[in-house]
Write a protein that binds this ligand. Structure first.
Ligand code: MSP
Length: 521
């Protein structure tokens, strides 16, 4: 991971439905990663990509059902996606749509390149296809002989018999297995890696990568009766958006290979088998890591379009009700990244009120109130030592170190747990030093130390909280008296740019007002 630019991606989403909290999960995790890496490496050395996957039979059908042209249909939904991402404070550097010319022409060049390298051949395809999942299946994989094996789909598959172009996926089994063994962090988490390995060991079949007479797709160069298979189309977005093969070779050289592709477990095989085989065929380096997280579930069922009504509400409404940061915090705090996670608005409200409102928000409020009451609102110079100082100062040093390792490792929950160790410690420090008592006793030196340490501790907490809750962290940072947005703060400032005595922080205003209302059912 010593490359200059850190490249993180989300899957590109099907715009056949507006995003829900399940879809937002990957995007929020990617945004947190990107913001954190920008702090570590500088803004220009991180590239965060998301986008939409707009071709294929499924989208075409959805559009036709609404009596619309596919492009007209997706344009509207893509706009809704972009709006939701903006209100969640998603800081992607680019947004790729597979219907853009820059993608379509590059995809055709990639197809051409694979053809000229002898990696693609034309033949007859006869087999089974699930439109919903845009996936080819073998008879042995079907449920009850005719239904899609994806447990969330289970729809009847279609028999397809048509001419098509094939990618020589079967040639890659050995190379893929060798690669996965050599690079143990290529597929994460470990349990998912084992699944992929046993799948490859069963033997890979060549993959049909075109559809005949399907209008809504990118044409095969020189053979316009065929369109390119939507998954090949989609996977290539990770390359075409950054200028491959011809549009911007300099940019491509700076950014590729990706450090991490983030996605959910249901699309891991595409990313951990087909995608690396394609890259090998193009003689391009492979990404460092493909990380498959679990699903957001409600009552055991995957949060999805189909149970959107009864389950997770419209995301836009939820953002209005709870605020982007409480949703972001909850999703990354509640579950272990890699495993399924139960989503519930009650749990979100509980964490908002107790961890964000009480532990963090009140800490800042109380501290600023004491500063105004006892020190005229001016950050004092630390004076005499208090008994609990050493313990706090030690934690202020070690917590950022631990936090950094965990977040670099995509252990979002553990990173937040570590951060909260410091938040809890700071709250205890208030109780143990009791600044109001020191004031009464006239122990000005100790009082100054207590308030200084609290403010400096909170400053560190706020910087660490930023990748998770950019809006709220910036508000807290401003309350501490800083004008520079956290977007411009580098990680090292935690250790080398302490709170300056003489600074005049503002009066605290609640950053996480209590949520009283019961969620609407
Ligand atoms: N278009 C393809 C991806 C192509 S990437 C080259 C696709 N799109 S999708 O919109 O159906 O799903 C996008 C991502 O959102 C997938 O990783 C999917 O698993 C994820 N999620 C959808 N619902 C989810 C949950 N309930 N929980 C977690 N992830 C969720 O697949």
């Amino acid at each position: 991971m010593s490359r200059e630019c850190f490249y993180v991606t989300t899957p590109i989403y099907y715009p056949n439905n507006v995003p829900h909290v399940g879809t937002a999960y990957t995007t929020i995790a990617a945004d947190c990663t990107a913001r954190f890496q920008r702090m570590l490496r500088g803004k220009d050395n991180v590239f965060f990509l998301t986008g939409t996957d707009e071709h294929g039979q499924k989208i075409e059908q959805a559009a036709r059902e609404k009596g619309q042209e596919p492009k007209q249909y997706v344009d509207k939904i893509v706009a809704a996606f972009q709006e939701v991402w903006a209100s969640l404070n998603i800081s992607n550097n680019d947004f790729i749509r597979t219907t853009e010319e820059r993608h379509e022409s590059a995809l055709q060049k990639i197809f051409q390149e694979l053809l000229s390298r002898g990696q693609i051949y034309k033949s007859e395809y006869e087999g089974l296809y699930c439109i919903q999942c845009e996936t080819f299946w073998l008879p042995s994989q079907l449920v009850d002989g005719s239904r899609c094996p994806n447990s969330e789909c289970n729809r009847e598959v279609q028999l397809l018999k048509e001419e098509g172009y094939f990618f020589k996926l079967s040639d890659y089994s050995e190379r893929l297995l060798k690669y996965i063994e050599e690079y143990p962090y290529f597929i994460r988490p470990e349990s998912r890696k084992n699944e992929v390995v046993s799948f490859i060991k069963q033997g890979l079949q060549d993959l049909c990568i075109t559809r005949k007479k399907l209008e809504w797709g990118v044409r095969v160069p020189g053979d316009p009766e065929f369109t390119i298979y939507v998954w090949l189309d989609a996977l290539c977005n990770y390359l075409t958006s950054i200028g491959y093969p011809e549009r911007d070779p300099e940019l491509f050289k700076k950014i590729w290979p990706a450090n991490v592709h983030l996605l959910a477990k249901d699309i891991l095989r595409f990313h951990a088998i087909i995608w690396p085989a394609m890259l090998m065929a193009l003689e391009l380096p492979l990404p460092d890591c493909v990380f498959a997280h679990g699903w957001l579930v409600m009552g055991g069922y995957k949060v999805s379009k189909s149970n959107l009504k009864g389950g997770a509400r419209n995301l836009r409404e939820m953002i209005e009700e709870y605020g982007a940061d409480s949703i972001r915090y909850f999703l990354l705090r509640e579950g272990t990244f890699g495993q399924d996670m139960e989503f519930s608005e009650e749990a979100l409200i509980r964490r908002h009120n107790s961890e964000l409102g009480n532990d963090l928000g009140n800490l800042l409020n109380r501290t600023l109130a004491m500063l105004h009451k006892y020190c005229g609102g001016i950050v004092p110079e630390a004076g005499d030592k208090n008994e609990p100082d050493d313990e706090l100062l030690e934690m202020m040093k070690t917590v950022p170190e631990k936090f950094k390792i965990r977040l670099e490792n995509l252990e979002f929950r553990l990173a937040l747990e570590t951060l909260w160790d410091l938040v809890v410690q700071l709250n205890q420090y208030v109780e143990r030093t009791a600044p109001w008592q020191l004031k009464k006793e006239g122990a000005a030196g100790k009082l100054n130390t207590a308030l200084y340490n609290l403010l400096e501790g909170i400053r560190r907490v706020v910087i660490m909280a930023y990748p998770f809750m950019p809006g709220s962290a910036n508000r807290m940072f401003r309350q501490l008296g800083y004008e520079t947005p956290l977007e411009d703060i580098r990680w090292d400032e935690i250790y080398n740019n302490f709170m300056k005595p003489g600074t005049k922080p503002g009066k605290g205003e609640p950053v996480f007002p209590k949520i009283e209302a019961e969620p609407a059912v």
